[in-house]
Design a protein around this ligand. Structure first.
Ligand SMILES: C[S@@+](CC[C@H](N)C(=O)[O-])C[C@H]1O[C@@H](n2cnc3c(N)ncnc32)[C@H](O)[C@@H]1O
Length: 278
């Protein structure tokens, strides 16, 4: 299958801005990515100054908007670093620009547990989480919450099945919530927007090969909850191929761009390893 000039299930060695231009309008179901964190990996791959970041990303975000289907979602994992004792603002400026300049809907902000470098910092604690910003083009997005449901504890099942004691006076509150089928479906509870991802995964074993690998559980979560089987997942900054692996594992098609040949090589090795293990 081809979308315009590009075949699916391939990583293309190109700047994503050029690659995106080769894709048809509304040909992608889901976008998950982690772009360069400004100039944090200078010398490893493309580095962008914090004060140029928003202007650098806007044309890419315009293309992402064009290629995404109205039912699709766009997840971007990025965190501002601290310099001179203060947190930089470029990520917040980017979020505002995506919403206010380009018209993306800012659906939500997720966080995932990621322990930063241990140590003592002046006036602040070490990092313990990374944000993921969720954008969409419409309010009618694909959403399969129970695909990421977790088994409910015995006690919670009992509580969920307990007869409601009545509505609160203003008609809101706990009693009303308990009747809401999207909150509880007897045996599965829905996760929150903070993801506890075990810190055992590939980012450690692969770290020597790619400096910024995210755990495969991260794209897995978003693929399960925000796409259907057989749909197309795009990662415009594919790195070592984590989004591609998660897509393969979950029966989705995928496509990616990456500027560095050495990372494409790692990604292809990982994909081959996964195919051989099946
Ligand atoms: C934060 S890393 C992504 C890591 C990836 N999530 C993984 O798990 O391996 C960002 C990647 O984007 C690549 N990159 C930087 N600028 C790019 C561009 N304009 N187009 C495509 N890839 C780019 C870098 O080489 C780097 O591998």
């Amino acid at each position: 299958m081809k979308i315009k000039e590009l075949k699916l299930n391939e990583i293309y060695k190109m700047d994503c801005l050029d690659g995106l231009k080769k894709l048809k309008n509304e040909s992608i179901d889901l976008i998950i990515t982690s772009p360069p964190y400004a100039d944090r990996r200078e010398g490893e791959y493309k580095s962008i100054k914090t004060n140029e970041y928003v202007n650098w990303f806007i044309p890419i975000a315009e293309e992402l908007y064009r290629v995404l289907k109205p039912s699709g979602s766009f997840f971007i994992n990025i965190k501002s670093h601290c310099s001179k004792g203060e947190r930089e603002l470029y990520v917040y400026e980017l979020v505002i620009a995506l919403k206010k300049k380009l018209g993306w809907r800012f659906v939500d902000e997720f966080t995932w547990t990621k322990n930063g470098v241990p140590g003592r910092f002046k006036g602040r604690f070490k990092n313990g989480f990374e944000p993921i910003f969720h954008f969409a083009k419409s309010s009618e997005i694909i959403f399969n919450p129970y695909a990421v449901g977790v088994p409910m504890k015995e006690e919670s099942i009992k509580r969920a099945n307990r007869k409601a004691t009545g509505l609160t006076k203003n008609g809101s509150g706990f009693a009303g919530m308990r009747r809401n089928e999207t909150m509880v479906n007897r045996s599965l509870a829905l996760p929150s927007n903070h993801l506890h991802i075990p810190q055992k995964s590939n980012q450690y074993t692969l770290q020597s090969k790619h400096p910024a690998v995210f755990p495969v559980e991260l794209p897995e979560f978003f693929i399960k909850a925000f796409s259907d089987e057989g749909q197309v997942v795009l990662d415009p900054f594919m790195g070592s191929g984590t989004t591609a692996i998660a897509s393969e594992m979950l029966g989705r098609k995928w496509l990616g761009f990456e500027t560095e040949a050495k990372y494409i090589e790692i990604a292809n090795e990982r994909l081959k390893g996964y195919a051989d293990s099946k």
